[in-house]
Design a binder for this molecule. Structure first.
Ligand code: NI
Length: 178
């Protein structure tokens, strides 16, 4: 299947709580087709992650990848494209850090969001095998952003100061090395 349109803020599907994937769906052709569409769509759009509701499918599936290496968020460990089904997050340390987040469903904007920086991620892979990860720093923020989509939450809901929502073209005013 081809690249799918990415829903933009205002589309009601982005505000729904997505349904958990039933056990019977693991390893199914339908799930593999959905994941292929998500991978193709993310590759075309560019970005770190995509959640199924962003292409109009209200189920609890998200994909993420980190290229790794030096970034303005510090040195990132690479993570190959990975699929997370029915994920949950536990906060291991409530201390937060803020990052200028962007979202393919909110194109052209960036917002400063504070989130906990040490989390445990538990999920299933597409075959139903358990995933259990501990992540800190920027990846912790990225996981929380993507999994928020599964609960109908967008990063703009989590701004602590609406003045810290800016157009990408103006980001250099608040983030000099952007
Ligand atoms: Ni997003």
């Amino acid at each position: 299947m081809p690249v799918r349109p990415i829903l933009r803020m205002g589309h009601p599907i982005l505000r729904q709580v997505a349904a958990p994937l039933p056990k019977t769906a693991f390893g199914s052709a339908a799930l593999m087709a959905l994941i292929t569409d998500m991978v193709d769509t993310l590759a075309e759009a560019g970005g770190i992650g995509l959640a199924a509701p962003q292409i109009g499918v209200s189920v609890r599936v998200a994909i993420l990848q980190f290229r790794g290496g030096p970034t303005r968020y510090g040195h990132l460990e690479p993570m190959p494209l990975s699929v997370f089904v029915n994920p949950t997050i536990s906060v291991l340390d409530p201390s937060t850090a803020g990052y200028w987040e962007g979202c393919l469903s909110v194109p052209g904007l960036r917002g400063l969001v504070e989130r906990p920086q040490s989390i445990r991620v538990q999920a299933r892979d597409p075959e139903g095998n358990p995933i259990d990860l501990i992540r800190s720093g920027f990846p912790a923020t990225a996981f929380q952003h993507e999994f928020d989509h599964l609960d109908g939450v967008l990063y703009v809901d989590r701004l602590s100061d609406s003045r810290q929502l800016v157009f990408e073209s103006e980001l250099h005013h608040v983030l000099p090395d952007a």
